[in-house]
Design a protein around this ligand. Sequence first.
Ligand SMILES: [Zn+2]
Length: 221
Amino acid sequence: MKTSVRLLSLLTLFVILTGFVYAENIPDQGTASLQEGNSRYISGQTLKKGSGDEFRTELAKGQHPFAVIVACSDSRVAPEIIFDQDLGKIFVVRTAGNVVDPIALGSIEYAVEHLHAPLVVVLGHESCGAVKATIESKGEPEVNIGAIVKKIMPAVKRAKASLKEGEDLTYRSVVENVKGVAETIRKKSTIIAREMHEGKVKLIGAYYSISTGKVEAVALK
Ligand SMILES: [Zn+2]
């Protein structure tokens, strides 16, 4: 009896520990998969994508994306291509300037809470038109585009205030916007904040260079 109790405790401890390690590692595995995919994209050694009836039958059964990518709508920034990922692997939310509103936040929450995606990436990019438009904006822009400009404006102000000599304002603004969007996700989504606190989800920032193809990490703090 005693031995079985001890065995049971050991087994429980093992399950807790492995569960903990498992939860800790999943977001990092996701980051590694994205990095590997991006390297394949840069070198032109992309994987053959799934197709055919068998692949589609599997897809139709459900989705288990390992990451949510919050990206810009820019036609040069398709996450499935730059991270060389198959259908069903990444859950993508795209808006001009990769900004988030309640609908975008709800979409991220859906992927995190219901599909259990363990990684959220806010992806800014080189020569972002939405960021450039915000830098150049004067007066009151059109209502709907104005809503985007309004979301990016605080990042441009922070970029101007902290711009180092020789540094490009657009680049600095894109980076500040990535940080700002990540902060908005944390602050405006209790679901994501809770999942992050429990170690189930990791939120990271990234910058994509259109000219080199490379995606690099953006420190969020
Ligand atoms: Zn853009």
